[in-house]
Write a protein that binds this ligand. Structure first.
Ligand SMILES: NC(=O)c1ccc[n+]([C@@H]2O[C@H](COP(=O)([O-])OP(=O)(O)OC[C@H]3O[C@@H](n4cnc5c(N)ncnc54)[C@H](OP(=O)(O)O)[C@@H]3O)[C@@H](O)[C@H]2O)c1
Length: 336
C-alpha cells in the first residue's frame, strides 16, 4: 500500500500530541546522542518491511513522531530503511542525534573477525556513522550445534566498537538466564538493553525484574503477539481481537493496538511495533495519549495464563534456546 503523509501525521510531527515525558523527546532536554536512560519507549519495528514501501513507512514513522527505529541486518532492508531515515530527517528538520537507531549482528557474523565487517556493512546500508545500540541478534553463531556458543568472543569484539565510536551502546536479544549470566561474568561492559518477545500472552515478569535489578533495559518485540504474519498463530486468540483487549479499548476510547502498547510501556519496557500502513503508524504513536487504569492493566495481566511464545527457532536451528524459561513442552514457565 502506498503511504501518503496526511494532515494528521503533520499535526503529530509538529507536537500536537502531548506525549508523556521521556517517550518522544520534543523538549530538548534529551541528551544528544541519547543515552540508555532516555531510550524513547515507543519505537518503530522494521522486520518484514519490504521494497514496496519500507523507505516511505520509516520516513512516515519519523514524521509521525517515532524517534526510535529498530533495524537488523537479517531483515534484509537496511538500505531501504536508511533511505527512509534520511527522508524522515530531511522532512522534519531533525538531526541524526534526535533518533535512537538500533541494529543487530546476525548469526553468520559472530566472531572477532566478522564483527567489524558486520557493523561497517550495517552503517553503510543505513547511511549513518554510528548506531545508538548494537545487539547480538541471537546467542547462536551457526546452525551447527557444536558452534552455537560464540557470543562471548563476539561480544568482546563488539566492545571495541564503543571505542571506535561506531556504536554507543551494546545489547543482546533472546538470551537465556544462563547465557546472560555467563556473558556478564565475562565482560566489564554489561549490555545496556536486552530485546525479547513480550506481550500479555508472554509476560516473563520475573525475568524482567531480574533485568531491572541488574540495570539492563528491556525492549519488547512483537508487542501484538501473533499479529506478525510470519508467525504460526497457535492456540491463543489473536491478541488484538481478544475480548479483554477489545473491551478495555472501548472503555478507554483507545484502539486495541494502543492498549497493548500502553500495557508494555507501563511496565517500563520499550515497545517496537511494526506497520507498513500510514493509518496504523499514526494510531500506534497515538498510544502515548491512551490512558489505562490499574484495573485494565490487571485484566491484561490475566492473559498471562497462556504463556505463549511465538518465536522459537530452537528446533529448526538445532540449538537449545530459552533454557530455564520454558517447560519440557516448550510452554513458557510461570515462574520465569
Ligand atoms: N530481536 C528479535 O529477535 C526480534 C524478533 C521479532 C521482532 N523484532 C522486532 O520487533 C518488531 C515488532 O515485532 P513484529 O514485527 O514481530 O510484530 P508486531 O509489531 O507485534 O506486529 C506487526 C503486525 O501487526 C500489524 N499492525 C501494526 N500496527 C497495527 C495496528 N495498529 N492495528 C492492527 N494491526 C497492526 C502489522 O501489519 P501491517 O504492517 O500490515 O500494518 C504487522 O502485521 C519487528 O519489526 C522487529 O523490529 C525483533
Amino acid at each position: 500500500m502506498k503511504l501518503t503523509v496526511s494532515l494528521i501525521s503533520l499535526a503529530v510531527a509538529s507536537g500536537a500530541l502531548a506525549p508523556p515525558s521521556g517517550q518522544i523527546p520534543f523538549t530538548g532536554e534529551t541528551p544528544k546522542p541519547m543515552t540508555r536512560e532516555f531510550i524513547p519507549l515507543l519505537g518503530f519495528g522494521t522486520w518484514n518491511l519490504d521494497r514496496s514501501n519500507a523507505s516511505e513507512a520509516v520516513s512516515f514513522a519519523i514524521q509521525s513522531g517515532f524517534r526510535h527505529i529498530d533495524c537488523a541486518a537479517a531483515y534484509g532492508n537496511e538500505e531501504l530503511v536508511g533511505k527512509g531515515i534520511a527522508d524522515g530527517l530531511a522532512k522534519t528538520g531533525l538531526s541524526r542525534e534526535d533518533l535512537w537507531i538500533t541494529s543487530k549482528l546476525w548469526n553468520d557474523h559472530h566472531g572477532a573477525k566478522n564483527v567489524p565487517i558486520a557493523i561497517a556493512t550495517s552503517l553503510e546500508k543505513l547511511g549513518i556513522d554510528y548506531l545508538d545500540l548494537y545487539h547480538i541478534h541471537w546467542p547462536v553463531s551457526s546452525k551447527d550445534k557444536k558452534n552455537h556458543v560464540g557470543y562471548k568472543s563476539t561480544y568482546a569484539a563488539m566492545t571495541k566498537l564503543l571505542e571506535t565510536g561506531q556504536v554507543k551502546h551494546l545489547g543482546v536479544c533472546n538470551f537465556s538466564p544462563y547465557q546472560l549470566d555467563d556473558l556478564l561474568n565475562s565482560t566489564s561492559h554489561p549490555p545496556s538493553v536486552h530485546q525479547m518477545e513480550l506481550h500479555p500472552y508472554l509476560q516473563q515478569n520475573e525475568w524482567i525484574d531480574w533485568h531491572s535489578k541488574h540495570g539492563i533495559h528491556v525492549t519488547a518485540y512483537s508487542p501484538f503477539a501473533g499479529a506478525n504474519p510470519t508467525y504460526d498463530p497457535g492456540e491463543p486468540p489473536q491478541l488484538l481481537h481478544n475480548d479483554v483487549t477489545q473491551r478495555i479499548a472501548k472503555k478507554r476510547n483507545c484502539t486495541p493496538a494502543q492498549v497493548l502498547l500502553v500495557w508494555g510501556i507501563s511496565r517500563g519496557t520499550s515497545v517496537i511495533p511494526k506497520s507498513s500502513h500510514a493509518d496504523r503508524i499514526v494510531e500506534n504513536v497515538g498510544a502515548l495519549t491512551c490512558k489505562l487504569e490499574k484495573s485494565d492493566v490487571q485484566e491484561l495481566d490475566g492473559l498471562g495464563k497462556w504463556h505463549h511464545r511465538f518465536v522459537n527457532p530452537s528446533k529448526s536451528w538445532g540449538v537449545d534456546l530459552y533454557e530455564g524459561l520454558e517447560d519440557s513442552k516448550g510452554k513458557h514457565t510461570k515462574s520465569a
